[in-house]
Design a protein around this ligand. Structure first.
Ligand SMILES: Nc1nc2c(c(=O)[nH]1)N[C@H]1C(S)=C(S)[C@@H](COP(=O)(O)O)O[C@H]1N2
Ligand SMILES: [Mo]
Length: 220
């Protein structure tokens, strides 16, 4: 039988039955574009990507060198805090966990958190344990093609769920910074852009952690 294209409603019923739809979320079959501020203009000739902070050696890769790093593909369900979820999204790029496993990045023992630094000052914080999982990818490609400028070209972080939810940690899609330029390894946590604006620090869609459990303003 030919595989029929499901309507949005049919897909939603299917993923709900399969226990893949987090509470309060609805299926989208589009690819919404969501960010604060303008889409940056990127010149690959001057682009670089840095690893700094609580690592044994800080690293900088230019675009050419970054593209020689080991690559992989993952298919993830992504969940935006504004209540859309998109299923079976295919990403390709570099897995931080693999770079660490291969000794290309050596976190210091005290490293517990990773702060993503993006163009125009956007930041997003995740636990290092989450960033090392296979559902966190430094992606250059979506659905077989380089990222569109609005979706983070040339590099973005992506975090999502596997269909069987075998991974222990997950986060809403805001924890994937578009136009990513650096990862800062840290011993202490620091709130990112949306976290400072009142979003939840962990932001686990399965626990529906949308707004703040911690008030960073009282702590800073
Ligand atoms: N640099 C940057 N990255 C960002 C954001 C942003 O405002 N700036 N927004 C986040 C939010 S809230 C979401 S839901 C996703 C949206 O990614 P998309 O536009 O590719 O769907 O990007 C995340 N990454
Ligand atoms: Mo979002």
């Amino acid at each position: 039988m030919l595989k029929r294209i499901l309507s949005r409603r049919e897909e939603e019923d299917q993923v709900r039955r399969a226990n893949r739809l987090p509470p309060g979320q609805a299926v989208t079959q589009k690819f919404p574009i969501l960010h604060y501020g303008p889409v940056p203009k990127v010149d690959l000739a001057t682009w670089d990507f840095k690893i700094f902070g609580a690592v044994v050696e800080e690293r900088t890769w230019d675009w050419e060198a970054f593209n020689k790093l080991p690559r992989r593909q993952v298919t993830l369900d992504v969940h935006c805090v504004t209540r859309w979820s998109k299923f079976d999204t295919l990403w390709e790029g570099v897995a931080l966990g693999q770079l660490v496993a291969e000794g290309l990045i050596r976190p210091k023992p005290e490293a517990r958190y990773v702060l993503q630094h993006c163009e125009h000052g956007y930041t997003a914080n995740v636990p290092l344990a989450l960033a090392l999982q296979e559902n966190f990818l430094l992606a250059t490609h979506y659905d077989g093609r380089p990222l569109e400028p609005e979706h983070g070209y040339p590099l973005r972080a992506v975090v999502g769920s596997f269909p069987d939810r075998s991974e222990t940690m997950n986060a809403y899609f805001w924890k994937g910074g578009k136009w990513l330029r650096a990862l800062e390894f840290r011993a202490d946590d620091a709130p990112g852009f949306w976290e400072r604006a009142g979003y939840h620090n962990e932001g686990d869609p399965w626990k529906e952690q949308r707004v703040a459990g911690i008030n960073w303003f009282n702590r800073l």
